[in-house]
Design a protein around this ligand. Structure first.
Ligand SMILES: CC(=O)N[C@H](C=O)[C@@H](O)[C@H](O)[C@H](O)CO
Ligand SMILES: CC(=O)C(=O)O
Length: 320
């Protein structure tokens, strides 16, 4: 069994991998990035080398060094550092899982292999099990993101009996809009032992209503504070205020989605909001255009997402 750590709760920022203008990883800003998340966004958990971190576009040695840097910089500042160790090669995934354990990460997550794919639940579980077994002391999370992996095995099906196969299983990151599937994951989690983390930031409030215990996402890098206010309103059962916050966040996400939104754009937005240079993405992604950046910045300003001070709680107009 994994050491029964404190359950992963609240917001988890899917970290960006900062890069230099010539495409190398910019390790030098990671310490500053940790402080920014904790102090400015109130976010104390991170998910490293995932989608937003371009984890699958990094070499294995880069992934190891990135993971190490986040763990080192996060020590005594962050609550939990979860490392995504999914890869097409089981061997690489195992190497990364073992490495995550060695460096003292708090958990590992794995996506379904997405080129040669598992076609049923049992095969997927076998793959995950072999990765999890190389880090027997680390909490294991399945990262469900069917739109990107093309592996559409439903999460509720996967969860059924999973701890018999993977004793370190601690939960999942659910990046899909199928609330029937998500709800059924919550429904079968009777003992509430798993962290069921919702991964569609613009719909988090629906995820909370359905029983999400936390959330992992790209926007918590720069909208963490705002989203935390939504979580607090939800906790207080002030649902109309929570909805105001969700709408406010949706206005921004909807705006950038219409301009074309992905990891490259997340890097550009985070650079604007935090002032920390995230650099360009790596091919096959392309840098966000100047036009995107200008429009996004204007929208951030008009929603008052650039200066958090002075926003009066409860006023929908405040971000309109
Ligand atoms: C596909 C993708 O990257 N999803 C992210 C996490 O899973 C989300 O955090 C989104 O970036 C976010 O919900 C905005 O659409
Ligand atoms: C959003 C997320 O969890 C990721 O970037 O992997």
């Amino acid at each position: 069994m994994a050491s029964p750590k404190k359950k992963l709760q609240g917001l988890v920022a899917a970290t960006i991998t900062p890069m230099t203008e010539n495409g190398e990883i910019n390790f030098s800003v990671i310490g500053q990035y940790v402080d920014y998340l904790v102090k400015e966004q109130g976010v104390k958990n991170i998910f490293v080398n995932g989608t937003t971190g371009e984890g699958l576009s990094l070499s294995i040695s880069e992934r190891r060094r990135v993971a190490e840097e986040w763990v080192t910089q996060g020590r005594n500042k962050l609550d939990q550092v979860v490392i995504h160790v999914g890869a097409l090669s089981l061997k690489e995934s195992q190497e990364l899982a073992q490495h995550a354990a060695e460096i003292g990460a708090d958990g590992i997550a794995v996506i379904a292999p997405f080129f040669l794919k598992p076609w049923n639940k049992d095969v997927l579980i076998n793959f995950l099990q072999e990765v999890a077994a190389t880090a027997p002391a680390l909490p294991f999370y399945y990262y469900h993101i069917p739109a990107l992996t093309g592996v559409k095995i439903r999460a509720e099906e996967l969860l059924d009996g999973i701890q018999d196969k993977i004793p370190t299983f601690q939960g999942l990151k659910f990046s899909d809009t199928d609330l029937l599937d998500f709800g059924q994951c919550v429904d079968q989690n009777h003992q509430r032992q798993f962290a069921l983390l919702f991964g569609v930031d613009e719909q988090l409030l629906s995820g909370l209503v359905m029983g999400a215990t936390g959330a992992v996402g790209s926007t918590y890098n720069y909208l963490g504070k705002k989203t935390n206010q939504m979580l607090e309103a939800f906790e207080r059962k002030d649902f109309s205020l929570a909805l105001n916050y969700q709408f406010c966040i949706q206005r921004f996400i909807n705006f950038v989605v219409k301009l074309g939104f992905g990891v490259s754009q997340t890097k550009a937005i985070m650079t604007i909001v935090s002032g920390i240079p995230m650099g360009p993405p790596r091919l096959p992604l392309q840098r966000a255009t100047r036009e995107f950046t200008d429009h996004a910045e204007a929208k951030l300003k008009s929603l008052n997402f650039l200066s958090f001070a002075g926003l009066k709680d409860g006023h929908l107009e405040a971000c309109g």
